[in-house]
Design a protein around this ligand. Structure first.
Ligand code: KIV
Length: 305
């Protein structure tokens, strides 16, 4: 007899339909550009999934776009866990990568392991991302990968250390700094990362890095000749009114549209044009009549007291 029970994925196998890490590597091999976007909650996760993107990053840029801070530095583990859990509930196919917030991995391997593990266990993330290609970051990547946690690297402009880098500015524009970006990217790959973000790096330098690395290189402000692109959800949809870097292309102006829509709602409430009859609920005439009588009796009884 045929079993009527739904097929249960074998323990350890990815959720059905979820992009796997070998499939991601295959996209680079096939030269099919990889699409990554940030998402910060359930609706943005659903939109990213529905739009067919490959990778969803719960970026610590949420500190700015969602929480209104001036930089990514104030993002906390608790905030990032809550946002990541909401995104994973909305995403089926894309790999969901949780960005490790400032000081959640810089101090030592133990902190990094405990915090990265929380993203997988408590928030359902598939992988984590951390910034940097210096000795500390490389040690952390090795420790996490050694524990079976997939890690995405991030070099070039690393916003958590923007002040130390002299501000939010392109990296690798001199021979010396370009070589540093190149060496750091190679070190991130050698440490076991499955992919790397290259942020704000001259296109020609990024091209060379992407040609040299086996793992996918996802660019943001790194030109067209890398393996994929990432943009911040609020930037590409015109939902963030802070400074927008030159590498951002806005594909919609949802912030302005939302402001118009909320303004129209406010106007209609003030004009008593909303709600209309269609937005309300009816009560049968006999029930209403009995209710009116009961209400009247109560009012009369209160007056007598
Ligand atoms: O936090 C973020 O959104 C990021 C992307 C810009 C890569 O790190």
């Amino acid at each position: 007899m045929m079993s009527t029970r739904p097929a249960v994925p074998a323990p350890g196998s990815p959720a059905p339909g979820k992009l796997s890490l070998p499939e991601l590597e295959g996209l680079k091999a096939a030269r099919r550009p990889i699409v990554m976007v940030t998402a910060f909650d359930y609706p943005s996760g659903r939109i990213a999934d529905g739009a067919g993107v490959d990778l969803v990053l719960v970026g610590d840029s949420a500190a700015m776009t969602v929480l209104g801070h001036a930089s990514t530095v104030p993002a906390t583990m608790d905030e990032m866990l809550m946002l990541t859990a909401a995104v994973t509930r909305g995403c089926r196919r894309p790999l969901v990568i949780a960005d490790m917030p400032f000081l959640s991995y810089q101090v030592n391997d133990e902190d990094a392991l405990r915090n990265a593990g929380r993203f997988l266990k408590e928030a359902g993330a598939d992988a984590v991302k951390l910034e940097g290609g210096g000795t500390g970051a490389i040690a952390r990547i090795r420790a996490l990968v050694g524990a079976g946690i997939p890690v995405m690297g991030h070099v070039g402009l690393t916003p958590q250390s923007a002040t130390a880098l002299g501000g939010y500015r392109a990296q690798g524009r001199t021979t010396e700094t370009a070589v540093r970006v190149y060496d750091e990217a190679l070190a991130v790959e050698a440490a076991g990362a499955f992919a790397i973000v290259l942020e704000c790096v001259p296109s020609a330098v990024a091209r060379r890095v992407a040609q040299r690395l086996r793992i996918p290189v996802i660019g943001i402000g790194a030109g067209p000749d890398v393996d994929g692109q990432v943009l911040v959800f609020h930037d590409l949809l015109g939902l963030y009114d802070g400074t927008t870097p030159r590498f951002v292309k806005r594909y919609a102006e949802l912030g302005a549209q939302a402001m118009d829509a909320v303004g129209a709602y406010a106007d209609e409430v003030r004009a008593r044009a909303f709600p209309a009859e269609v937005h309300g609920y009816a009560i049968a005439d006999d029930q209403l009549e009995a209710f009116e009588t009961a209400a009247l009796e109560r009012e009369q009884a209160r007056e007598r007291r």
